[in-house]
Design a protein around this ligand. Sequence first.
Ligand code: UN1
Length: 499
Amino acid sequence: MNIDDLLTPLGLDARNQQAGTLAVCSPIDGAEIARVPECTTQDAHLAIDAAQEAFMAWRTVPAPRRGELVRLLGDELRANKQALGRLVSMEAGKILAEGTGEVQEMIDICDFAVGLSRQLYGLTIASERPGHRMMETWHPLGVVGVISAFNFPVAVWSWNTALAIVCGDAVVWKPSEKTPLTALACQALFDRAAAKFGNAPAKLSQVLIGGREIGQALAAHHRVALVSATGSTRMGRELSPIVAARFGRCLLELGGNNAIIVGPTADLDMALRGILFGAVGTAGQRCTSTRRLIVHESVADELVARLKQAYDSARIGSPLEPDTLVGPLIDRAAYDGMQRALESARRQGGKATGGERRLADEYPQAWYVEPALVEMPAQTEVVLQETFAPILYVMRYKTFDEAVDMQNGVPQGLSSAIFTNDLREAEQFMSVTGSDCGIANVNIGTSGAEIGGAFGGEKETGGGRESGSDAWKAYMRRATNTINYSRELPLAQGITFGS
Ligand code: UN1
């Protein structure tokens, strides 16, 4: 595989990507594909200062004009969808269909943000005082720090950046150390869009390649108004107190432990497909991956038998080959984590099929695994944890309430789904007494959300909402305005003060 052929059209000087200290290895075969230069904490501080300067200029550009820059970014992404999608596959290991799907997600959010640039509406509110009017105005917020994970190396940046840019903010991005090339490619595409735009301030969007100290610098810096972080709950637990200590804002999208409930009336053909995509797609490395299957005892035997068959026929291999469904894990640590979880599951009474390493002869430096299906006697300790690998724990239930309790009985609250043809079950699942997750789906799986909805979850998932709906409000500050057009000065609450 020749990485230069991909980098050059994406606007990157391939030689620069070989001169640094951070080795980039493709999870496909473990081979080193680049060595990119890393930033220091000092570089991060300079970048934040420059971003603040860019923000001061950008905030006064009318929002629909700001939308034009995002429209141009969308054009660049359309023109480079295949190349960037392939680079995602090479660097993150996801299959080509999902690599280009991720770029499509970027294009979609750009379109969404362009429309939004004419819809950053505030409310008009009835005042209790005669001759007064109240309203809300949404203003640009400042510098947005984006921290993203390896598994969605480009889309998560775009959800944040497309919105932040139309909202009048500047962006400083720290991507995962495992996926710097795709980040540099996004930056190059942004720079191209900015050049076409003409007069965007310099350093409106920047990328900082480096380790956790860069993330910490973003979290600690008083100029970073919002830290939008996607990754593990552990990372969120480390970062958010740093941001909170200076009263900065956090938007957290952390761990998920997503379940699908399959009810007695479910369409099993559909459920099967939904479970398969959710559990083995992206080799179980989406935050929305299906990790738990809660299945009614009346359909469990049939569903599990069919799932095992489907698992057997899911082709494992290089993500660049068109008929592959399951690519590699990101690295050895992910493989070890998976094996540890499987051992714990067995100790806790689980019966596992799959989970073994595959293709070790062909790819001794890469970590391909057979997705694992583990029948558990109950929702034991290991099931409560998010293991970023293709492990699906299967639990059986008798009553609907029991299923919902199990669904909600984990510390995370990102995505959830029910397959049912029982209207009452479906409605109850989405009601206040149903799923406690940020995403609750009916007759579709837990992963693969569209950008139009708000994306994120509750509890240890961190509570943040990104991408669609009114998630843009996190990237702006709200001012409440009360305007008196009378000749009196009445006080609210009927207070008289002096004469
Ligand atoms: C993630 O894994 O961090 O809903 C994001 C999905 C994708 C996004 C996943 N649209 O699966």
